[in-house]
Design a protein around this ligand. Sequence first.
Ligand SMILES: Cc1ncc(COP(=O)(O)O)c(C=O)c1O
Length: 225
Amino acid sequence: MDLDAAATTSASEAVVRAVQDFLPWYSSVHRGAGAKSQFSSARYEEARETLVRFVGADPATHVALFPRNTTEGLNLIAFRLGLTRDDVVVTTAIEHHANLLPWRRNARVRVVDVDRSGTFDVAAVVAALDERPTPRVLAVSGASNVTGWLPDLAALAAAARERGVLVVVDGAQLVPHRQVDMAALGIDVLAWSGHKMFAPFGAGGLVVARRLLAHGEPFLVGAGR
Ligand SMILES: Cc1ncc(COP(=O)(O)O)c(C=O)c1O
């Protein structure tokens, strides 16, 4: 049963209590003038800030969106970046399909291979970043769902940023297991799944640098749900 938690956890008792406490006060978010609607909208906006701080980002520069899970978050950002078929995304052979298929659909993918141990060197990623055409995005997993291996995100992000390449991290297996500091690591976008860390199902996190969104404002994923 515990091993199943890598795929999905059930909500913790504290989460169940918090949801139960809130439900009687729920009314549509950003779609009503009533007191409950205003209360719910305020809680919704507070939750964005909580999520941003939870992963070490600054609410002044980053904003949280609420996709249902990592897959939806990565699809959203892959679409939202307005990539074309000529744009290149560097990614790796350790990725879950959630961090591969959205990029394949929206751009051209350059995949960094793994060695016999199922890992890759930072140098291999740097070589892929230096190939022409210069990529627009590095999309990499923060922790492998197969081996648990943790790539050196700080070094990868530094190499990408030096080359003006956006850093998008699949945090599905990282965020539930390690404290993440997006600012220190230099990550632009981080996606993860609440259902892998005791949240109610259908509650994911996508923290995005505001500069990547039109006018720096979030589009309201799931408002009124
Ligand atoms: C590394 C990794 N990325 C992405 C996903 C997809 O997560 P979800 O199904 O919650 O979208 C998983 C799920 O196991 C995963 O382990």
